[in-house]
Design a protein around this ligand. Structure first.
Ligand code: AMP
Ligand code: ZN
Length: 463
């Protein structure tokens, strides 16, 4: 039985889908005003792991990921400029060009990191009409009110405000930024819609004049449109718990009077050199930058997989190098299973590893523990059965284990030609064409090498 930690209850809970045929899941997506950094990507790798664990458990998925291309202000509360508009001004491009470019790069990173795209990708700017409708409904119900600069959610109308983060409203007021907006009824009331100044680049017609939506309303509208008013999982980074997700819950539940999300799953932050990532410290890295430094994107995925998602993960280049070395060793070891066929593994042994793996991933997505099972398993006598089980585990891990290659140091010793012959011989043996296998062995000998099948896999030595 899959268990997940629910931020709302602060407990590990059994996962039971609302509709047993399909799990409905919403994940907060990027604001596409600049490159995703490795911290953002840790959160999307986490989203991907949730999806892959659900699928491994035989569940079908309907996932939604939004693309915020309007409305996310510099501060998560309602102040500062719209991030998209600001980037457009800075890069002297239209907001649309900015959004298109960074969305493309974002999904290129997904591909590099083996993060699968959720079934539905929803752009905020494609849903403005629905957002206006939603805000109108909140106004009609008296849960929202109009001021000279926008439409605000009236927090006093939603008594469960703060349940997710456990903060009480008074604390939030004390910590709030100095309010400039004196028309707000309560300092924690938040904008659903902002009225735009004439020179604001992105604006739409609405019953309240030209304007643009608040950031939180986007996620309520897009999640409910595709997943209904009550769905299974909502994921995001921990920074979203106190404002963004509280506000989403308030918008959703004030309107329906009912619970909107069953399980809230949050990924912890990535730190760099023990501290916050920030442009001014020059430690905001992208996947392309890691590639330039000689790391594979999958080295980064592997690095992330080594920490549980609810633990902070400290990024250092030493840590990345260790991850790279460890991943290469793993691949070399798996390769030995790939080309082995002499030893089979008992069904019981295989089932035991499979069970340990499932227990790990189903215990709140404990991927580091699952990796530990894999590392122990590859030490078994080399067998194609183990190789096949590695590939089964890879449906969750997403490490492209089928691309396992011989250890580069080994290949260097005997060269590419012999490496190719070794693969051909393994293939011939798999097809039980022993005559061909012997022929290939003779060719290897003729090139000056001996080949032997051992418990630890194929060994090649110089004659
Ligand atoms: P944003 O584009 O700023 O809305 O962020 C996109 C996603 O990345 C959100 O789910 C954030 O919670 C997450 N995020 C931002 N910074 C970090 C970080 N340092 N570590 C992990 N996740 C992060
Ligand atoms: Zn969101």
């Amino acid at each position: 039985m899959l268990k997940v930690y629910n931020t709302l209850s602060r407990k590990k809970e059994d996962f039971v889908a609302i509709d047993e045929n399909v799990v409905r899941m919403y994940s907060c997506g990027p604001t596409v005003y600049s490159y995703a950094h490795i911290g953002n990507l840790r959160t999307y790798i986490f989203m991907d792991l949730i999806r892959k664990v659900l699928k491994y458990n035989g569940l079908k998925l309907k996932g939604v990921l939004n693309i915020t291309d309007v409305g996310h202000l510099i501060y998560d509360s309602d102040s500062g400029e719209d991030k998209m508009a600001l980037a457009a001004k800075k890069e002297q491009k239209s907001p649309m060009e900015i959004a298109e470019y960074y969305t493309k790069v974002f999904f290129d990173d997904f591909e590099k990191l083996n993060i699968e795209r959720p079934e539905i990708i929803a752009k905020a700017t494609d849903h403005i009409g629905e957002m206006i409708e939603y805000v109108s409904k909140l106004l009609e119900k008296g849960i929202a009110y109009e001021t000279s600069d926008g439409i605000y959610f009236d927090i006093s109308k939603f008594e469960n405000y703060g349940l997710l983060s456990g903060i009480n409203l008074d604390d939030q007021i004390a910590g709030a930024r100095v309010e400039v907006n004196t028309e707000k009824r309560h300092p924690a009331d938040f904008a659903l819609w902002k009225k735009a100044e004439p020179n604001h680049i992105m604006q739409w017609e609405s019953p309240w004049g030209m304007g643009y939506p608040g950031w939180h309303i986007e996620c309520s509208v897009m999640s409910q449109k595709y997943l209904g008013t009550f769905f299974d999982i909502h994921s995001g980074g921990v920074d979203h718990i106190p404002i963004h997700h509280e506000n989403e819950i308030a918008q959703n539940e004030a309107l329906t009077g009912e619970k909107s999300v069953n399980y809230w799953l949050h990924g912890e932050f990535m730190l760099v050199d023990g501290g916050k990532m920030s442009k001014s410290l020059g430690n905001v890295y992208t996947i392309s930058q890691l590639e330039e430094k000689g790391y594979s994107p999958l080295d980064f995925r592997f690095f992330c997989l080594n920490a549980h998602y609810r633990k902070k993960l400290n990024f250092t280049f030493e840590g990345m190098t260790a991850a790279k070395v460890s991943r290469e060793r793993l691949l070399a070891s798996i390769y030995q299973h790939k080309i082995a066929d002499t030893v089979k593994t008992d069904e019981e042994v295989l089932n035991n590893y499979r069970q340990q793996f499932v227990d790990a991933i189903n215990d709140d997505i404990n991927i580091p523990l699952a990796l530990g099972v894999l590392f122990t398993m590859v030490k078994e006598p080399k067998s194609i059965d183990i190789y096949n089980l590695c590939l089964e585990f890879d449906k969750v891990l997403g490490l492209s284990l089928d691309q396992a290659e011989a250890d580069k140091d080994d290949t260097a010793k005997y060269g590419e030609n012999v490496a190719k012959l070794i693969e051909q011989r393994a293939q011939a043996k798999k097809l039980k064409n022993f005559a061909l296998a012997d022929e290939i062995r003779a060719k290897i000998n003729a090139l000056g090498f001996n080949i032997a099948d051992t418990r630890d896999g194929v060994k090649v030595t110089k004659i």
